[in-house]
Design a protein around this ligand. Structure first.
Ligand code: ATP
Ligand code: MG
Length: 672
């Protein structure tokens, strides 16, 4: 199943910038051999206060044995990102173009905003920030639902040279307090609350708690909290209105409403010209593997890279309507909801709600409503939605999705069953799927297919993006050429990569550069097949070694999830006296299905058949759900603890639903 190739269809090719794999290869070669020329062409689209100087755009050291690690791109240039996303587009005639179709939690609540209007509001808010004393280099924390004010706030920061740090608004007050303090945020911008599905979230209350905790536990004082009054607008029937005010505190000295910040402010705000290497934002990684890291991204390189990846990976054309479902609290939301689409004068959809409200067809109905051409989401969402439809009998009622051309996937390897469902049911076998591998640290896509160019293999990420030079290393740091499996590293920097970890250069070097001096180490495993395709095999820590056979969790999970009854699977190693490690599998079934001995038998057989007898699972546990980060990734380190019955699970503050951990402990099969 996984080795079949799917060629891009005419539907995609006829519009594509790169209509063949040859074109990709030529351009890729050129991006490495004539790197400066390549990025000069990208830079020409943008407006510079001081233009980049030819002759050595990229300066770097990746080798810790030779000194400190650094990356600098177009160092002497000066620009402003906000100016390039808004003013430049308005000047180029896109003032009346829709920047965002905003779709609220309720299908009756929607609006749109043009480039000109967005510029006006950003300038007004930027002036408001200046009036409150926020200056270049100050850190502004953002804890917001998916509303336009979140975008306005990020861009206003960029306009005045302030550094935003967006914290996903699903995080607890503890997690927020830690990030506020680590980033030394002066200001916190939030909303009173929002509805997601049928649940109301009171963000202001979480912010109150977080500011208090930052003060008492970390001795960090946040000077001000700006609050968007969003609940008043969206609370059904207004019945809750009076009660809402009692749900959080209001501190007259430090709290201020967003609309009051805007009051009397001009919609003209000259941009602050900043250096190419000045920080644009700090973003904490999702914390799948431990304490979150404050990743620092800078200005020129990030913008160039975001713009270029968006154009080619989504094959964006002027009249397209693009939609990325990621939250602005994640890097995907930063790069591919905010910066990259606006850099391309794109029209995007921004969605506040959940895929299940009011019905499970919400995503599809939004695609239909706005005639979305590019749709970008995560495998976890695809699998969850897939489970609601009966794949077997084709009993699928969906609105017309024929506007679609490109489907994107991000966040983890997409298992072939989910890929096929996405391809056939959503893409109607005529759209290209781009499986985009990247990280908070990489700033933009680094390994991916390109819609018109790359024949697709379900589950393979594909090939490097322009300017990116991946290598596969074995444990000893020896390069594996040709087909093989090992550590995914990069041999040279690309413009959009991280520059350091916030105030922790040592950790930056230790985490990414100490294992293999001279290389950026992703921490992910990768396999190259005989056609040169790269397959991300998951985090290196998640490899399984059974009786000397090395395999990836993703591989086994893909097989388990190919059974039509299985909605999702996670596999972890469990120490075994003879084999070294044995497979412990967690299986989530589709709604209403029964877990029984027969299923266990079938699944075991399936793994034996597809991978080999050595891979036969020792344990298959029925799981009501899986422990996931708030970005939807499985925290396998917790599953490893459950597999061995060790209750010392460590920090679970970044879990979406901590309750599931106890349930899984209780559900362990007797023989485990
Ligand atoms: P932390 O670094 O704090 O543990 P995290 O790695 O989950 O958190 P992100 O930067 O959001 O934080 O995720 C990047 C990781 O997601 C990659 O290193 C990889 O493991 C996985 N990933 C992302 N996209 C893909 C993809 N298309 N295919 C396979 N894996 C992917
Ligand atoms: Mg990571």
């Amino acid at each position: 199943m996984s080795s079949r190739m799917y060629k891009p269809t005419d539907h995609v090719i006829k519009k594509s910038y790169l209509p063949s794999i040859q074109k990709y290869k030529e351009m890729y070669e050129r991006s490495l051999t004539e790197s400066e020329l390549f990025w000069t062409e990208v830079a020409q689209e943008f407006q510079w206060h001081v233009a980049p100087k030819p002759g050595g755009f990229m300066k770097y050291n990746f080798d810790i044995t030779k000194g400190r690690v650094f990356v600098k791109f177009m160092e002497e240039a000066e620009l402003n990102v906000c100016y390039n996303l808004l003013d430049r587009n308005v000047k180029n005639g896109f003032g009346d173009k829709i920047a965002f179709f905003w779709e609220g939690n309720s299908p009756d609540d929607y609006t749109r905003i043009t480039y000109r209007k967005l510029l006006d509001l950003v300038c007004q808010f930027a002036n408001g920030l200046l009036a409150k004393g926020i200056r270049k280099g100050d850190r502004v924390a953002v804890y917001m639902p998916m509303i336009l004010e979140a975008v306005i706030c990020m861009l206003a920061c960029a306009r005045i040279g302030a550094v935003h740090t967006v914290v996903f608004a699903g995080f607890s007050s503890d997690a927020l307090a830690e990030r506020l303090s680590d980033a030394k945020a002066k200001l916190l911008v939030t909303a009173d609350g929002a509805w997601r599905g049928e649940r109301m979230y009171v963000y202001k209350r979480t912010c109150d708690d977080a500011i208090e905790k930052a003060r008492t536990f970390f001795k960090h004082r946040v000077d001000m909290c700006m609050v968007v009054n969003h609940l008043d607008r969206v609370t059904p029937g207004g019945s809750l209105k009076s009660e809402i005010k009692d749900l959080y505190n209001w501190n007259e000295e430090t709290d201020i409403w967003w609309h009051e910040v805007l009051e009397g402010e001009s919609n003209i705000c000259p941009p602050e010209w900043v250096a190419a290497e000045d920080p644009l934002f700090v973003l904490y990684t999702s914390g799948s593997t431990g304490k979150p890291k404050g990743v620092v991204h800078t200005t020129a390189g990030y913008l160039m890279y975001a713009a270029a990846t968006f154009r080619y990976v989504f094959d964006y054309h002027r009249r397209d309507v693009y939609w990325c479902t990621a939250d602005v609290g994640w890097i995907t939301g930063h790069t591919y909801v905010v910066y990259a689409p606006l850099a391309n004068a794109a029209t995007s959809v921004m969605f506040e709600g959940t895929p299940y409200f009011p019905k499970v067809d919400r995503y599809w109905s939004i695609i239909n409503k706005y005639k979305v051409t590019q749709f970008y989401t995560a495998p976890t969402a695809i699998r969850a939605l897939m489970a609601h439809y009966n794949v077997e009998d084709g009993n699928l009622t969906m609105p017309d999705l024929s506007s679609l051309r490109v489907l994107g996937s991000v966040g983890e390897p997409i298992n072939p069953a989910a890929w096929l469902w996405y391809y056939t049911r959503i893409g109607k076998e005529r759209c290209s799927i781009v499986d985009t591998f990247w990280q908070t640290e990489t700033g933009g896509h680094v390994i991916t297919g390109l819609p018109g160019a790359t024949p697709m293999k379900p589950g393979a990420a594909g090939f490097p993006f322009f300017g990116v030079e991946p290598k596969i290393l074995n444990e000893d740091g020896i390069e594996i050429e040709g087909p093989g499996e090992g550590y995914l590293v990069f041999a040279r920097p690309w413009p959009g990569m991280m520059r350091t970890l916030l105030e922790d250069q040592d950790r930056f070097e230790r985490v990414y550069f100490s294992k293999f001096p001279g290389y950026y180490c992703t921490g992910d495993g990768v396999r190259r097949d005989e056609d040169g395709y790269l397959w991300i095999t998951g985090r290196i820590d998640d490899m399984l070694n059974v009786s000397g056979h090395l395999m990836s969790t993703a591989e086994v999970e893909g097989v388990l999830a190919s059974d039509p009854r299985v909605s999702e699977a996670a596999v972890v190693p469990k120490p075994h006296e003879v084999k070294g490690e044995a497979l412990y599998c967690f299986v989530v079934l589709k709604e209403g299905l029964q877990f029984d001995a027969d299923l266990v038998k079938t699944l075991t057989l399936l793994v034996r058949q597809k991978i080999g007898a050595f891979a036969a699972p020792d344990t298959i546990q029925n799981a009501p759900g899986l422990p996931k980060t708030r970005s939807g990734k499985i925290m396998r380190r917790i599953l490893r603890k459950i597999a061995v019955g060790d209750h010392e699970v460590g920090d679970i503050s970044t879990l979406a639903d901590p309750g599931v951990v106890e349930e899984l402990f209780n559900n362990r099969p007797a023989e485990a």
